[in-house]
Every structure is written in C-alpha cells, then in structure tokens.
Design a protein around this ligand. Sequence first.
Ligand SMILES: *Cc1c(COP(=O)(O)O)cnc(C)c1O
Length: 385
Amino acid sequence: MANYRDIESTLIHGGIFGDPLTGAVNVPIYQTSTYRQEGIGLNVKWEYSRTGNPTRAALEALIAELEGGTAGFAFASGMAALTAVLSLFREGDRILISSNVYGGTYRVLDKVFRQFGIQYGIADTADLSALEAAITPDVKAILVESPANPLMTVTDLAAVSALAKRRGILSIVDNTFMTPYLQQPLKLGADIVVHSATKYLGGHSDLVAGLVVVNSDALAERLAFLQNATGGVLGPFDAFLLIRGIKTLALRMDRHVENAQRAAEWLKGNPAVKLVYYPGLPDDPGYEINRRQARNGGAMISFELDEKHDFRRFFTSLKLVTLAESLGGVESLVCHPATMTHAAIPRELRVKVGITDKLIRLSVGIESIDDILADLEQAVRESEV
Ligand SMILES: *Cc1c(COP(=O)(O)O)cnc(C)c1O
C-alpha cells in the first residue's frame, strides 16, 4: 500500500494500480468464476469468484485505503452490503437507527431481520442524551447516516462512536451521501462504514454496488466469512466500472458541492420556498458539527414549496432536472421521498420525523449551475396555483 499525501492521488493510484502481467494501467476485468489449481490444496490464492476475484479485490483494497480502514468488501448493492453487516447480529440483539435513514435500511430491518429475532429501535441520533437513554442492554449497534436521508440531519459521528465504544457496542456509518472524499467516519472512531456505491462513488448512474470498510482484524474476518457465506458479491465488470468512477471522485464532488451551495442559497432566497434542508448553509442546525467532521455540506438538498405552489406540478415541469430514484450521478435528479425512497416507512412515522408529502429531494448534478437554476426557476413558476 503506497501512501499518498492527499486523497486526490489515492483515488487514482490507490488499492492495486494496473496489471503486473501486461503493464496495463487499468486493472483488467477478470471475468471468470473459477481458477485452475496446480494440485489439490495448492495455489489457493484464488479459488472461486464468490470468495475472491482480482478485479473485485482491487476495488476492495482501494475503498479500504480511501476510508482509512484495513479491509474492504464489495457487494452487489448497498442493500447487500447492509445485509451482510446486519448478519453480524443474532436473535435478541437490537440495532438503533436514526429517525431518518434510507427507506430500504428501515425496510430490511422491519421486514427481514425482525423475522429472525433481530430487533431495531429508532432514536434521534442528533440528540446524544436521547440516544444514550435508548441504549438498553440488548442494543448491540448504532447505525447512522450523516447527513441523513432525506432531511440532511447531521449526527456528531465522533460523539456517537465514542458513546458506542463506551457502551461496548458497534457504531456503523452509512457514508453514501458524503463519500470518503468529504468525510471519513473510521477516522472519527466508527467501527464500520457502509456505502451504496451506486451513488457518488460510481457517479454515473450506470451501476448498482455496495461497499463495506472496517479497521479491525476481527470484524474483517467475520465480514469476509459473511460475504462468502451469503454471496451477494459484486461482479468483475461492475467492480471495474466502480474503480473507473472513483478515479474522478474529487473532481466530481468539488463541482457537485459548488453547484449545491449555489442551489441551496438560491432556494433559501426564493419566496416560494418554505423550508430548505442543507448542512452547508450557516443557519442550518447541523452546520457547525458537519463542518467539524466533513469537508463541506455535500450536494444533497431537500426543500418544501409554500402553499401557493403545487409540488406535483413542480416535478412534472422540470426539464433538465430529472425525476428519478437514486442520487449522486453527474446529472441532477429530483425525487419525492414520501412515495419513492421512503415509501417503505409508514406515513405516520414519516410525517412525525418531518418527511412530509410535500418534501422534495434534489441531488445536484455537475451541469452548468445557471442551467440548473433556470430549470428550477421555471418549474417553480409553472407550479404556482
Ligand atoms: C441508495 C442507498 C442505499 C441502498 O443502496 P443500493 O445500492 O440502492 O442497494 C443505502 N443507503 C443510502 C444512504 C442510500 O442512498
């Protein structure tokens, strides 16, 4: 493992660079399921591609370096990655999650893991005393996102990790919204980092993938076992695409964030906009903590239009900004959390935490900011009732 001064270089040269056999500067796509063995029990470095594949291994080494961990694991989706992590727990254990997390995280806990006797609890992880009070003896982990999906609620990752350590439980951070370029939870004390690499790490809305990074040998051994045993691994072609996407992460994120900052300020100053959630705005409740633990506020914004504007018409009036699930691609995307990303959460619970029917989530792309703002402006105008 080479050590570069800055992450911009690790993004391009980290993990395993190139191909030692040919000198190719890119890691080849090892499109194979199995490997020839010299004899029984000999050369077992590679034996079967669910267990290990050189293209996937290059990606796993890269993400481990980027997050400052010792081992990385690549999965077929963010949900497959979370499923492997949640498989660390057993009947009777309880996982605490933040009151706003990705809808699929809530769904897999509520509809899948609960069937196997693994319980969950919902806590306001931004309120440390409330969180501490929620740690009953059966709680074995705290799973947080910061900023959280979709209200961009900021959680103090160092404080939550320290609390978890003190109580002898694991802290798990879903770092999808920030990426290791903007925030490195393991360095803040977290035990496990999870990514939906489908989003910013892939960056081009052309693949579905998940990653896990840890920095303890014991956890690495258990996750390697679970990855192989449950089998939700990333294929070699998608591993190649993801390595390719990661190379331009710094450039893309800088532009995403610059555009998002402008878009958030524009929304904030627009009389038709009632609420703006973006931790890069100095008056956002999460601004100070986010600034301490992350490079900047990221590029995800949520907002609500006022009563004089029809949010449904706003969505259908957009021309450049595309109505779609997902986020983090080069193109600007907009979504309606209540019916899309967070539809799995019962309405009562959703509204209670602030995910109203009117909430609009914007993933700011890297197009010209003037084109993005012009599109938002005409859609706000068109949506007036
Ligand atoms: C999309 C997403 C997931 C799920 O990842 P997939 O790749 O869609 O399976 C998990 N967490 C967050 C924060 C996400 O945005």
